[in-house]
Write a protein of this length. Structure first.
Length: 328
């Protein structure tokens, strides 16, 4: 049956409208150029002004971005408070997250400039990038236009965020679920070159590895384990003492982490897991043998890829007035 000229034009117009809608709903550089032209500069200035007083926030903010994107995509669901149900924020992987007040302060500044325009999800993504740049780490593109989600569930955070005790199969599954490959897994793990951990995140490797008190993870370098027991995590009940992820350069974004992993001195089981397969171990070796500049470039690509996970754009989601609360 032939289509009339009128019907053909109507279908063509609908297709054009659909195409325009789909292209407008994508993340893009300088998304707020017209709606809030000073937004990105406000965020950057605030980060640069405060990060040098608390450089550990860089590790905190990039971890927050990671934890946010792995649950329902990069939609700031990690910032929501628990209400009638328990939110991601109260899940075990997020109990040690910090920086919520820092994000709230940025949100207040941006809201004063452009009410109801800039999403909390974009603020997390931009603040994470800016904080890493501020401590001399890699820079990466942060296309914007994310919108905020309204659902946050503790159970989803528990099941989707990789634990420090994860083996390689679990890591590959959880990263694969987000569209990230082995290369991304190794590169994003490189963020462990900064920041700290509390003993409870890895003490089972020192004192209770097989479920029997006194057993130690054989994949952990014995000298390193002995030093951790003697000077840092002195007994199995120590849950609060702090240990540097990359001893001696916790605020320096460098290749030290990969060197430690190859020496079997990665703090977490998830770090040690990277050298349990020839595939991921070859990536670790390649990164370490390359230049810092190359690592920065590769890390940047994986970060931008992560920042696009299941984003809400266009008419999806909302622009929260307060990052911890959905709009009423």
């Amino acid at each position: 049956m032939k289509m009339s000229r009128h019907s053909y034009l109507r279908v063509l117009i609908l297709c054009i409208i659909a195409f325009i809608g789909s292209t407008e709903a994508q993340l893009q550089q300088n998304f707020y150029a017209k709606s809030c032209p000073n937004a990105e500069k406000l965020i950057q200035n605030f980060v640069y002004e405060h990060i040098h007083n608390a450089p550990s926030l860089a590790a905190t903010l990039i971890r927050m971005h990671f934890h946010d994107c792995f649950v329902r995509g990069c939609d700031a669901s990690v910032l929501l408070n628990s209400t009638s149900n328990q939110a991601e924020k109260d899940a075990p992987p997020n109990l040690t997250l910090r920086g919520f007040d820092f994000i709230d302060r940025i949100k207040s500044l941006v809201e004063a400039e452009c009410p109801g325009v800039v999403s909390c999800a974009d603020i997390i993504a931009l603040a994470a990038r800016d904080s890493i740049v501020a401590i001399g780490g890699p820079n990466w593109n942060v296309p914007t236009g994310r919108r905020d989600g309204s659902i946050s569930l503790l159970a989803e955070a528990r099941s989707n965020i990789p634990a420090p005790t994860s083996n390689l199969t679990t890591l590959q599954t959880l990263f694969g679920n987000q569209g990230l490959d082995n290369n991304d897994l190794v590169l994003l793990s490189g963020a462990h070159t900064i920041g700290v951990s509390i003993c409870s995140s890895f003490s089972n490797r020192l004192y209770n590895f097989t479920g029997v008190v006194g057993t130690q993870d054989p994949s952990l370098d014995s000298e390193y384990a002995a030093n951790l027991k003697r000077f840092k995590c002195k007994n199995i009940s120590d849950t609060n003492s702090i240990v540097e992820m990359d001893p001696g350069s916790r605020n320096t974004f460098d290749l030290g982490y990969y060197s430690l992993v190859l020496k079997r001195r990665g703090l977490f089981q998830s770090d040690a897991a990277l050298i349990t397969s020839p595939v991921t171990k070859s990536v670790v070796t390649r990164v370490l043998q390359g230049s810092l500049e190359n690592f920065f470039a590769e890390f940047a690509k994986s970060m931008e890829k992560m920042g696009r996970i299941n984003v809400k754009t266009g008419t999806q989601g909302e622009i929260r007035k307060q990052c911890a609360l959905v709009n009423s």
